[in-house]
Design a protein around this ligand. Structure first.
Ligand code: FAD
Length: 307
């Protein structure tokens, strides 16, 4: 069996694997796609100490760093089931069963998309999901924020301080964000709010986003708005479908509940990164959490009676 088995090969999983391997213990990583969300990212300007890099380059760096240690990497494998016990069992969808004294869950999350024409085509060419990451790229430009929940309204307030103008689109007839946020949003001079709007298409010139098409759900009329950026804020979905039904406790939103050491509700099972309840989903944060969960797992191992 493994001493530490990491499920997930994004920034959190890579950090966890390196910290475990450096303890000289038997370490494995199972990943559906080594690199994770970073592979889908173009410019990265907030990975501290690296002024500017690109997703695929950072992903290659993660892999190279992990491979410089004695880590058993099982790429292109999906975990399908976890069973608690003295030895924790992770069953892959291929049918293989892996056993480990400690497991670190780092399966990440994915942004819910609008599912409209043009969205995929213009992703990273104007369609963005992370205001902390891409906000500064739209300095002085016009952007839309899709979604009037807390994340959408927070994004709109954040972006209003950077860009020329923000238009926030909400599907329903009410903003679901906290009242203080809505009050703050409404006080900003360069923000317009469009209610009961259904976005229907992302418009572009072949190179980049030029506008957004939407339908007024009340009148049924179609409209177009010229702009340079669209931030989609309609939810971040944790990759925990495979964990539903236990034994690891999840929040109603599906995030894995962890304590300050990354420990989950199951002894020997730790979690890190975007898949957990830890707020603010970012690369540096995921790496730090991965390192922390790995040290938590090591702490668990040296105290455990399983030989
Ligand atoms: P992920 O990166 O999501 O990795 C999860 C890993 O688990 C992957 O290897 C995946 O294949 C694997 N996995 C999932 N399910 C299973 C399963 N059942 N079995 C086995 N493996 C599984 N952050 C920044 O800090 N700066 C940025 O500029 C930035 N830009 C971004 C741009 C885009 C377009 C996106 C989508 C995200 C961006 N982020 C950025 C966020 C950042 O990418 C994430 O916070 C970070 O990747 C989270 O790391 P993670 O390891 O927790 O999860």
């Amino acid at each position: 069996p493994f001493d530490v088995l990491v499920v997930g090969g994004g920034p959190a999983g890579a950090a966890a694997a390196i910290y475990a391997a450096r303890k000289g213990i038997r370490t494995g990583v199972v990943a559906e796609r080594f690199g994770g969300q970073v592979l889908d990212t173009l410019g990265i300007e907030n990975f501290i100490s690296v002024k500017e890099t690109e997703g695929p380059r950072l992903a290659a760096g993660l892999e190279e760093h992990v491979k410089s240690y004695d880590v058993d990497i099982m790429n292109l494998q999906r975990a399908g089931k976890l069973t608690a016990g003295d030895l924790i069992e992770v069953e892959l969808e291929s049918g293989a069963k892996l056993r480990s004294k400690a497991v670190i869950l780092a399966t990440g999350a994915r942004w819910r998309d609008m599912g409209v024409p043009g969205e995929k085509e213009y992703r990273t060419k104007g369609v963005a999901y992370c205001p902390h990451c891409d906000g500064p790229l739209f300095k002085g430009k016009r952007v839309a924020v899709i979604g009037g929940g807390n994340s959408g309204v927070e994004a709109a307030i954040d972006l209003a301080g950077i860009v020329a103008h923000v238009t926030l689109f909400e599907f329903m007839d009410v903003l679901r964000a906290d009242a203080v946020l809505v009050t703050k949003l409404k006080s900003l001079p360069n923000v317009t709010i469009v209610m009961e709007a259904q976005t229907t298409a992302v418009l572009g010139d072949g190179q980049k986003v030029t506008g957004l098409a939407y339908k007024d759900r009340k009148s049924g009329e179609s409209h177009k708005l010229d702009l340079e950026g669209i931030f989609v804020q309609i939810g971040l979905v944790p990759n925990t479908e495979w964990l539903k039904g236990g034994p690891v406790d999840l929040t109603p939103r599906g995030e894995i509940i962890v304590d300050a050491k990354g420990q989950t509700s199951v002894a020997g099972v730790f979690a890190a990164g975007d898949v957990t309840t830890v707020p603010y989903k970012q690369i540096v944060i995921a790496m730090g959490e991965g390192a922390k969960a790995s040290l938590g797992a090591f702490d668990h191992l040296i105290r455990s009676s399983v030989p």
